[in-house]
Ligand binder design. Structure first.
Ligand code: GDP
Ligand code: MG
Length: 490
């Protein structure tokens, strides 16, 4: 990636417009860099064409250089190419409270009592057995931030996690359906015991048939209260018909919700072709890229989606059972391009929006026409930037001085306030007086409190604070505008 980012410096730094001529030397070098890091040639060309189309003729704005602008376009296209969306939030990516997750999502049982079936496919040595144990552990366990859950009782903790991470915390059963390698089942048992994941024990009559083991384990899962079955299958050294036939039979027998291709990142360009071959032979729902901790050059991650149409869902980052990561196109693209550049650009871009919004907001504050919808917008802006804590830590000199607990309390209160605003009618949001001086204020507040799961006192407290804040902001804005103190206040 060194030579990739260094090729960006060939871009014009001070011209107002990007033209085919002034970006051509950079494109040439970028192409070479992509191909030498194992990106498929066609994919590299496709990527560059898209970036070129968007770049040419665009006026580069004010403080942004041609190089920065191009990097941003390149980043966007790279994310899209890998199946992501450059505008998705971090929460979308983590799958928090969102159904259409990017990265890491495994189909979830639709009804209680149903079982999700996942079949692992792949060549020998790709990492299927290792990944089966890793995924089992990943789907069962959730790592929590200790401070965040401090003081929560067991029930409250589970409730919180279930709403935030409903797709984890499963009960997983693993099926040892590699009947070709003598030691395969034993290897799986060792890995799964390290991962605290249960493994199905086939009956004697099942033990020589992958199909029978797969079927037996799904049945056992239904009876034993499991919600997810992961089937580890046999691999072959090359893509061949015998391997595909066995997989097709297993699939026919258990009708899996997911068929994941486990593919070794070290195979470089081949990884994408292997994914395509398996997809046409047995049908896949996604891919898993293993051994990304080795000295693979990263090109596989870029090419798989574009060549096979299948998204990478997870990456393996080592031999241990914890070495698994959900695949995030945005994170991968940032890594390829070098974090710094992209982050500063994205910051710049969002700062421009915020400036305009902030001006408008300041006017509203000054005229005291700031209402609940504006409050919500401001609050959302904060969460868009991450969190109070995250933002505060970026302020020079603040790190280490701020009290995490206090910030978290502030965040919780903000969330509570948002819930109350969501329970307001449109009129109430636009006209805070309805909740303060109007005759119907009390019954309105009672309704809002109930609708948002709060006490009447909470609603009254919030509205009171809102009113105070509004007065204070208005005063501050007027002072800053040099108008001095409001007569009322004097
Ligand atoms: P299978 O034949 O597809 O089941 O592959 P295995 O799960 O047996 O893995 C083959 C080898 O690759 C083993 O030595 C694993 O420890 C190793 N391996 C699997 N995944 C990873 C990974 O993400 N990183 C590294 N460094 N090694 C891995
Ligand atoms: Mg294996």
């Amino acid at each position: 990636t060194d030579s990739l980012t260094s090729s960006f410096s060939l871009l014009p730094s001070n011209t107002a417009k990007l033209t085919p001529t002034n970006i051509s030397p950079a494109l040439q070098k970028i192409r070479e860099a992509l191909i030498s890091s194992d990106v498929n040639v066609n994919v590299a060309d496709q990527l560059l064409d898209r970036v070129k189309d968007r770049a040419i003729g665009e006026k580069v704005k004010g403080s942004v250089t041609g190089e920065q602008y191009f990097t941003k376009l390149f980043y966007d296209e790279l994310v899209t190419l890998m199946g992501g969306s450059p505008t998705s939030t971090d929460d979308d990516e983590k799958g928090l409270g969102n159904d259409s997750l990017e990265g890491g999502s495994i189909a979830y049982p639709k009804k209680k009592g149903e079982v999700t079936v996942v079949v692992m496919a792949g060549l020998q040595g790709a990492g299927k057995t290792t990944f089966t144990a890793k995924l089992g552990r990943y789907l069962q366990e959730v790592e929590v931030d200790k401070e965040q859950v401090e003081g929560m009782g067991k029930e409250e903790l589970e409730g919180t996690l279930r709403t935030r991470l409903p797709r984890r915390m499963r009960k997983v059963l693993v099926a040892p359906a590699d009947v070709h390698r003598p030691a395969a089942a034993e290897q799986l048992r060792v890995m799964c015991s390290r991962a605290s994941v249960d493994v199905y024990t086939p009956t004697d009559s099942e033990s020589t048939s992958a199909v029978a083991i797969a079927k037996g384990s799904v049945q056992a899962a239904k009876e034993g209260g499991y919600d997810t079955v992961l089937i580890d299958t046999a691999g072959r050294q090359t893509v061949n018909e015998g391997l595909m036939e066995e997989l097709r039979e297993v699939n026919k027998a258990v009708k899996p919700d997911e068929v994941l291709l486990v593919v070794d990142a070290m195979t470089g360009q081949e990884a994408a072709d292997t994914t395509k071959a398996f997809d046409s032979a047995v049908g896949l729902t996604g891919a898993v890229l293993t051994k990304t901790d080795g000295d693979s050059k990263g090109g596989a991650a870029v090419s798989i989606k574009a060549v096979s149409g299948k998204e990478v869902k997870f990456v393996g980052t080592g031999e241990g059972v914890k070495d698994i990561d959900a695949f995030f196109p945005k994170r991968m693209a940032s890594r390829i391009l070098g974090m710094g550049d992209v982050i500063s650009l994205v910051e710049k871009a969002s700062a421009e929006v915020t400036d305009a919004e902030a001006m408008q907001m300041a006017d509203k504050m000054k005229d005291a026409t700031f209402d609940f919808s504006d409050f919500m917008k401001q609050s959302r802006l904060v969460s868009k930037m991450g969190s109070f804590a995250g933002v505060a830590k970026m302020i020079p000199g603040m790190a280490g001085k701020i009290d995490d607990k206090m910030l978290r309390t502030a965040e919780d209160r903000l969330k509570k306030s948002e819930a109350m605003i969501e329970s307001m009618t449109r009129q109430e949001k636009a006209n805070p007086d309805l909740l303060i001086t109007d005759r119907s204020a009390r019954s309105r507040l009672e309704r809002i409190a109930k609708g948002s799961g709060n006490e009447f006192q909470d609603a009254m407290g919030f509205v009171g604070e809102f009113q105070k804040m509004k007065t204070m902001m208005s005063r501050m804005q007027k002072q800053m505008a040099g108008e001095g103190m409001d007569e009322e206040e004097a």
